[in-house]
Design a protein around this ligand. Structure first.
Ligand SMILES: Cc1cc2nc3c(=O)[nH]c(=O)nc-3n(C[C@H](O)[C@H](O)[C@H](O)COP(=O)(O)OP(=O)(O)OC[C@H]3O[C@@H](n4cnc5c(N)ncnc54)[C@H](O)[C@@H]3O)c2cc1C
Length: 302
Protein backbone atom coordinates (compact mmCIF):
# COMPACT_ATOMS: atom_id res chain seq x y z
CA UNK A 1 0.00 0.00 0.00
CA UNK A 2 1.30 3.42 -0.89
CA UNK A 3 0.87 6.62 1.07
CA UNK A 4 0.60 9.12 -1.72
CA UNK A 5 -1.27 11.96 0.03
CA UNK A 6 1.38 14.71 0.55
CA UNK A 7 -0.51 16.07 3.57
CA UNK A 8 -0.44 12.67 5.31
CA UNK A 9 3.24 12.28 4.44
CA UNK A 10 3.86 15.69 6.04
CA UNK A 11 1.98 14.68 9.21
CA UNK A 12 4.03 11.48 9.41
CA UNK A 13 7.30 13.37 9.05
CA UNK A 14 6.21 15.75 11.86
CA UNK A 15 5.74 12.68 14.08
CA UNK A 16 9.28 11.48 13.50
CA UNK A 17 8.40 8.81 10.93
CA UNK A 18 11.04 7.77 8.42
CA UNK A 19 8.94 6.73 5.41
CA UNK A 20 10.47 4.06 3.17
CA UNK A 21 8.25 4.00 0.08
CA UNK A 22 7.93 0.70 -1.75
CA UNK A 23 10.00 -1.35 0.70
CA UNK A 24 10.55 -4.94 -0.45
CA UNK A 25 9.67 -7.12 2.52
CA UNK A 26 11.77 -9.93 1.03
CA UNK A 27 14.71 -7.80 2.16
CA UNK A 28 13.32 -7.44 5.69
CA UNK A 29 12.43 -11.07 6.43
CA UNK A 30 14.74 -13.97 7.21
CA UNK A 31 12.89 -16.18 4.69
CA UNK A 32 13.68 -13.64 1.96
CA UNK A 33 10.03 -13.74 0.85
CA UNK A 34 7.51 -10.90 0.74
CA UNK A 35 6.03 -8.27 -1.54
CA UNK A 36 6.17 -4.49 -1.59
CA UNK A 37 4.64 -1.79 0.58
CA UNK A 38 5.43 1.49 2.32
CA UNK A 39 7.36 1.03 5.53
CA UNK A 40 7.08 3.53 8.38
CA UNK A 41 10.06 3.48 10.69
CA UNK A 42 9.09 5.10 13.99
CA UNK A 43 11.66 7.02 15.99
CA UNK A 44 9.43 8.54 18.72
CA UNK A 45 7.46 6.06 20.83
CA UNK A 46 5.46 8.87 22.44
CA UNK A 47 3.99 9.79 19.05
CA UNK A 48 2.52 6.31 18.50
CA UNK A 49 -1.06 6.89 19.76
CA UNK A 50 -1.29 10.02 17.63
CA UNK A 51 0.33 8.29 14.65
CA UNK A 52 -1.95 5.24 14.78
CA UNK A 53 -4.99 7.51 15.18
CA UNK A 54 -3.87 9.36 12.06
CA UNK A 55 -3.47 6.13 10.06
CA UNK A 56 -6.89 4.95 11.20
CA UNK A 57 -8.53 8.27 10.25
CA UNK A 58 -6.81 8.05 6.85
CA UNK A 59 -7.97 4.41 6.44
CA UNK A 60 -4.44 3.09 6.15
CA UNK A 61 -4.25 -0.47 7.57
CA UNK A 62 -0.98 -1.51 9.19
CA UNK A 63 1.04 -4.48 10.47
CA UNK A 64 3.91 -4.52 12.99
CA UNK A 65 7.30 -5.74 11.86
CA UNK A 66 10.07 -6.67 14.29
CA UNK A 67 13.11 -8.39 12.83
CA UNK A 68 11.01 -10.38 10.33
CA UNK A 69 12.41 -13.72 11.52
CA UNK A 70 9.10 -15.47 12.15
CA UNK A 71 7.15 -14.18 9.19
CA UNK A 72 5.92 -15.53 5.87
CA UNK A 73 4.73 -12.48 3.93
CA UNK A 74 2.61 -12.70 0.78
CA UNK A 75 3.92 -11.81 -2.68
CA UNK A 76 3.07 -8.73 -4.77
CA UNK A 77 1.73 -5.34 -3.73
CA UNK A 78 0.62 -5.62 -0.09
CA UNK A 79 -2.63 -4.03 1.16
CA UNK A 80 -1.23 -2.58 4.40
CA UNK A 81 1.74 -0.49 5.45
CA UNK A 82 4.32 -1.88 7.84
CA UNK A 83 5.35 -0.17 11.09
CA UNK A 84 8.76 -0.80 12.58
CA UNK A 85 10.31 0.76 15.68
CA UNK A 86 13.80 2.25 15.43
CA UNK A 87 15.79 1.39 18.58
CA UNK A 88 16.87 4.35 20.75
CA UNK A 89 20.43 4.66 22.01
CA UNK A 90 20.94 2.94 24.45
CA UNK A 91 18.21 0.31 23.98
CA UNK A 92 18.97 -1.63 27.18
CA UNK A 93 19.45 -0.05 30.62
CA UNK A 94 20.24 -2.16 33.67
CA UNK A 95 19.16 -1.46 37.24
CA UNK A 96 20.20 -4.27 39.57
CA UNK A 97 18.46 -7.43 38.33
CA UNK A 98 16.08 -5.44 36.14
CA UNK A 99 16.76 -4.93 32.44
CA UNK A 100 14.77 -2.08 30.85
CA UNK A 101 14.68 -2.96 27.17
CA UNK A 102 13.24 -1.24 24.12
CA UNK A 103 11.04 -3.48 21.96
CA UNK A 104 13.22 -2.70 18.93
CA UNK A 105 16.39 -3.97 20.64
CA UNK A 106 18.11 -6.89 18.93
CA UNK A 107 17.41 -10.02 20.98
CA UNK A 108 20.84 -11.66 20.63
CA UNK A 109 22.72 -8.48 21.52
CA UNK A 110 20.42 -7.99 24.53
CA UNK A 111 21.15 -11.52 25.81
CA UNK A 112 24.91 -11.01 25.52
CA UNK A 113 24.79 -7.49 27.02
CA UNK A 114 22.89 -8.80 30.07
CA UNK A 115 25.30 -11.78 30.30
CA UNK A 116 28.28 -9.42 30.45
CA UNK A 117 26.62 -7.81 33.46
CA UNK A 118 26.14 -11.21 35.17
CA UNK A 119 22.44 -11.45 34.33
CA UNK A 120 21.42 -14.85 32.97
CA UNK A 121 18.34 -16.97 32.33
CA UNK A 122 18.13 -16.18 28.62
CA UNK A 123 20.94 -18.43 27.38
CA UNK A 124 18.48 -20.51 25.32
CA UNK A 125 17.53 -17.42 23.28
CA UNK A 126 21.00 -17.01 21.88
CA UNK A 127 20.72 -17.69 18.16
CA UNK A 128 17.04 -16.68 18.02
CA UNK A 129 17.08 -13.79 15.54
CA UNK A 130 14.81 -10.75 15.69
CA UNK A 131 13.84 -8.12 18.20
CA UNK A 132 12.85 -8.21 21.85
CA UNK A 133 9.35 -6.97 20.85
CA UNK A 134 8.92 -9.89 18.42
CA UNK A 135 10.21 -12.34 21.04
CA UNK A 136 7.68 -11.01 23.57
CA UNK A 137 4.82 -11.21 21.08
CA UNK A 138 5.72 -14.81 20.23
CA UNK A 139 6.91 -15.78 23.74
CA UNK A 140 10.10 -16.99 22.08
CA UNK A 141 11.91 -19.79 23.79
CA UNK A 142 14.21 -22.74 23.35
CA UNK A 143 15.93 -25.50 25.31
CA UNK A 144 13.41 -25.42 28.13
CA UNK A 145 13.14 -21.67 28.67
CA UNK A 146 10.86 -18.91 27.38
CA UNK A 147 11.16 -15.12 27.60
CA UNK A 148 7.77 -14.75 29.34
CA UNK A 149 9.19 -16.26 32.55
CA UNK A 150 11.28 -13.14 33.12
CA UNK A 151 8.75 -10.44 32.22
CA UNK A 152 8.14 -8.05 35.07
CA UNK A 153 6.36 -5.35 33.08
CA UNK A 154 5.47 -4.58 29.45
CA UNK A 155 4.80 -1.15 28.02
CA UNK A 156 2.53 -1.36 24.99
CA UNK A 157 0.19 0.62 22.79
CA UNK A 158 -3.31 -0.82 23.19
CA UNK A 159 -5.36 -0.11 20.11
CA UNK A 160 -8.59 -0.94 21.97
CA UNK A 161 -7.89 1.81 24.55
CA UNK A 162 -6.03 4.02 22.04
CA UNK A 163 -3.28 4.70 24.57
CA UNK A 164 0.04 3.51 25.90
CA UNK A 165 -0.42 1.23 28.94
CA UNK A 166 1.77 -0.80 31.26
CA UNK A 167 0.93 -4.41 32.08
CA UNK A 168 2.51 -6.34 34.96
CA UNK A 169 3.89 -9.79 34.14
CA UNK A 170 1.10 -11.59 36.03
CA UNK A 171 -1.53 -9.83 33.88
CA UNK A 172 -0.17 -11.49 30.74
CA UNK A 173 -0.46 -15.16 29.90
CA UNK A 174 2.67 -16.60 28.27
CA UNK A 175 2.21 -20.06 26.78
CA UNK A 176 4.14 -22.15 24.28
CA UNK A 177 4.66 -19.69 21.37
CA UNK A 178 1.45 -17.90 22.39
CA UNK A 179 0.63 -14.81 24.43
CA UNK A 180 -2.55 -13.10 25.59
CA UNK A 181 -1.71 -9.79 23.87
CA UNK A 182 -4.37 -8.57 21.43
CA UNK A 183 -3.46 -8.79 17.74
CA UNK A 184 -3.36 -4.99 17.48
CA UNK A 185 -1.28 -4.38 20.64
CA UNK A 186 2.11 -2.90 19.84
CA UNK A 187 4.99 -3.85 22.16
CA UNK A 188 7.07 -0.78 23.03
CA UNK A 189 9.33 -1.77 25.92
CA UNK A 190 9.75 -4.43 28.57
CA UNK A 191 11.33 -4.82 31.99
CA UNK A 192 12.85 -8.27 32.49
CA UNK A 193 13.86 -9.47 35.94
CA UNK A 194 16.85 -11.74 35.40
CA UNK A 195 18.68 -14.03 37.82
CA UNK A 196 22.26 -13.12 38.82
CA UNK A 197 24.84 -15.59 37.51
CA UNK A 198 28.59 -15.36 36.98
CA UNK A 199 29.45 -14.40 33.39
CA UNK A 200 31.50 -17.56 32.81
CA UNK A 201 28.58 -19.76 33.80
CA UNK A 202 26.23 -17.90 31.42
CA UNK A 203 28.84 -18.07 28.65
CA UNK A 204 29.09 -21.79 29.10
CA UNK A 205 25.29 -22.12 28.77
CA UNK A 206 25.40 -19.93 25.64
CA UNK A 207 28.13 -22.11 24.10
CA UNK A 208 26.10 -25.28 24.74
CA UNK A 209 22.98 -23.77 23.12
CA UNK A 210 25.01 -22.46 20.15
CA UNK A 211 26.48 -25.90 19.62
CA UNK A 212 23.03 -27.55 19.74
CA UNK A 213 21.76 -25.11 17.09
CA UNK A 214 24.80 -25.48 14.86
CA UNK A 215 24.52 -29.26 14.90
CA UNK A 216 20.79 -29.45 14.15
CA UNK A 217 19.62 -26.34 12.23
CA UNK A 218 20.24 -25.05 8.68
CA UNK A 219 21.78 -21.82 9.98
CA UNK A 220 23.30 -20.57 6.71
CA UNK A 221 19.99 -20.81 4.84
CA UNK A 222 16.98 -18.51 4.63
CA UNK A 223 14.31 -19.75 7.04
CA UNK A 224 11.86 -18.57 9.69
CA UNK A 225 12.89 -21.13 12.28
CA UNK A 226 10.29 -23.82 12.99
CA UNK A 227 7.30 -23.69 10.66
CA UNK A 228 4.95 -25.68 12.91
CA UNK A 229 4.40 -25.75 16.66
CA UNK A 230 5.04 -29.08 18.34
CA UNK A 231 1.74 -30.79 19.15
CA UNK A 232 1.33 -31.65 22.87
CA UNK A 233 3.79 -34.41 23.78
CA UNK A 234 5.13 -34.81 20.23
CA UNK A 235 7.69 -33.31 17.87
CA UNK A 236 6.48 -31.94 14.54
CA UNK A 237 10.03 -32.28 13.15
CA UNK A 238 10.26 -35.94 14.14
CA UNK A 239 6.91 -36.75 12.47
CA UNK A 240 8.03 -35.12 9.22
CA UNK A 241 11.38 -36.86 9.46
CA UNK A 242 9.68 -40.26 9.96
CA UNK A 243 7.58 -39.60 6.85
CA UNK A 244 10.77 -38.97 4.86
CA UNK A 245 9.80 -35.38 4.06
CA UNK A 246 13.29 -33.84 4.34
CA UNK A 247 14.19 -32.36 0.97
CA UNK A 248 10.56 -32.23 -0.24
CA UNK A 249 10.16 -29.07 -2.32
CA UNK A 250 7.71 -26.95 -4.24
CA UNK A 251 9.57 -24.49 -6.45
CA UNK A 252 12.41 -23.14 -4.31
CA UNK A 253 10.53 -23.76 -1.04
CA UNK A 254 12.10 -26.80 0.58
CA UNK A 255 11.89 -28.86 3.76
CA UNK A 256 15.39 -28.57 5.20
CA UNK A 257 17.59 -31.65 4.90
CA UNK A 258 19.02 -30.79 8.30
CA UNK A 259 15.88 -30.15 10.37
CA UNK A 260 12.48 -31.19 8.99
CA UNK A 261 10.59 -28.43 10.83
CA UNK A 262 12.71 -25.72 9.15
CA UNK A 263 11.50 -24.87 5.65
CA UNK A 264 14.07 -22.97 3.62
CA UNK A 265 14.01 -20.62 0.67
CA UNK A 266 16.59 -22.35 -1.50
CA UNK A 267 16.66 -19.61 -4.15
CA UNK A 268 13.74 -17.49 -5.26
CA UNK A 269 10.83 -19.12 -3.42
CA UNK A 270 7.54 -17.22 -3.49
CA UNK A 271 5.03 -17.09 -0.66
CA UNK A 272 2.76 -19.17 -2.89
CA UNK A 273 5.41 -21.94 -3.07
CA UNK A 274 6.04 -21.84 0.68
CA UNK A 275 2.31 -21.89 1.53
CA UNK A 276 1.76 -24.80 -0.86
CA UNK A 277 4.60 -26.72 0.81
CA UNK A 278 3.20 -25.97 4.28
CA UNK A 279 -0.24 -27.19 3.15
CA UNK A 280 1.18 -30.33 1.55
CA UNK A 281 3.23 -31.29 4.63
CA UNK A 282 0.34 -30.55 7.00
CA UNK A 283 -1.92 -32.85 4.96
CA UNK A 284 0.64 -35.68 4.89
CA UNK A 285 1.08 -35.46 8.67
CA UNK A 286 -2.69 -35.34 9.20
CA UNK A 287 -3.18 -38.46 7.08
CA UNK A 288 -0.34 -40.39 8.73
CA UNK A 289 -0.78 -39.35 12.38
CA UNK A 290 -4.26 -37.79 12.56
CA UNK A 291 -2.64 -34.61 13.92
CA UNK A 292 -3.45 -31.13 12.59
CA UNK A 293 -0.19 -29.19 12.82
CA UNK A 294 -0.55 -25.55 13.82
CA UNK A 295 1.66 -22.84 12.31
CA UNK A 296 4.40 -21.36 14.45
CA UNK A 297 5.37 -19.06 11.58
CA UNK A 298 3.10 -16.00 11.32
CA UNK A 299 1.57 -15.77 7.84
CA UNK A 300 0.70 -12.36 6.43
CA UNK A 301 -1.75 -13.05 3.62
CA UNK A 302 -2.55 -10.08 1.39
C1 LIG B 1 17.32 -19.57 12.34
C2 LIG B 1 16.13 -19.27 13.22
C3 LIG B 1 16.04 -19.88 14.47
C4 LIG B 1 14.95 -19.63 15.28
N1 LIG B 1 14.87 -20.23 16.50
C5 LIG B 1 13.83 -19.97 17.32
C6 LIG B 1 13.76 -20.58 18.63
O1 LIG B 1 14.62 -21.36 19.02
N2 LIG B 1 12.70 -20.25 19.42
C7 LIG B 1 11.73 -19.39 19.02
O2 LIG B 1 10.81 -19.12 19.81
N3 LIG B 1 11.77 -18.81 17.80
C8 LIG B 1 12.78 -19.07 16.95
N4 LIG B 1 12.82 -18.49 15.70
C9 LIG B 1 11.70 -17.63 15.25
C10 LIG B 1 11.89 -16.12 15.52
O3 LIG B 1 13.25 -15.76 15.51
C11 LIG B 1 11.26 -15.68 16.84
O4 LIG B 1 9.87 -15.95 16.83
C12 LIG B 1 11.48 -14.19 17.11
O5 LIG B 1 11.20 -13.93 18.46
C13 LIG B 1 10.62 -13.27 16.23
O6 LIG B 1 11.03 -11.93 16.47
P1 LIG B 1 11.00 -10.83 15.30
O7 LIG B 1 11.37 -9.52 15.90
O8 LIG B 1 11.80 -11.26 14.14
O9 LIG B 1 9.45 -10.84 14.97
P2 LIG B 1 8.76 -10.74 13.52
O10 LIG B 1 9.07 -11.96 12.74
O11 LIG B 1 9.05 -9.43 12.90
O12 LIG B 1 7.21 -10.77 13.95
C14 LIG B 1 6.63 -11.92 14.54
C15 LIG B 1 5.25 -11.52 15.08
O13 LIG B 1 5.43 -10.59 16.13
C16 LIG B 1 4.76 -9.36 15.80
N5 LIG B 1 5.60 -8.25 16.29
C17 LIG B 1 6.91 -8.02 16.06
N6 LIG B 1 7.32 -6.92 16.72
C18 LIG B 1 6.20 -6.44 17.36
C19 LIG B 1 5.95 -5.33 18.20
N7 LIG B 1 6.90 -4.45 18.56
N8 LIG B 1 4.70 -5.16 18.67
C20 LIG B 1 3.70 -6.04 18.35
N9 LIG B 1 3.88 -7.10 17.57
C21 LIG B 1 5.11 -7.30 17.08
C22 LIG B 1 4.61 -9.35 14.29
O14 LIG B 1 3.51 -8.54 13.89
C23 LIG B 1 4.37 -10.83 14.03
O15 LIG B 1 3.02 -11.14 14.33
C24 LIG B 1 13.91 -18.73 14.86
C25 LIG B 1 14.02 -18.12 13.59
C26 LIG B 1 15.11 -18.39 12.78
C27 LIG B 1 15.20 -17.71 11.44
Amino acid sequence: MRISDPQLRGHLAERGVDLRPGAKLSEWTSLGIGGTTDMLRITKHASIPDLLGLLEASRVPHRFLGGGSNLLVDDGELPWVVLQLVPPEPDVVLEGNLAHIDAAADLGRTVTFCAKHDLGGMEGLIGVPGTVGGALRMNAGAYGMQIGTYVREVQLYRAAARKIETLRGHQISFEYRHTSFAADDMMLAVILELPSKPYNEILNGIRICNEKRRSSQPLGQKSAGCIFKNPPGASAGRMMDELGLKGLSIGDARVSERHANFFVNAGHASAKDMLALIGDVRERVRKAYGVALENEVVVWNA
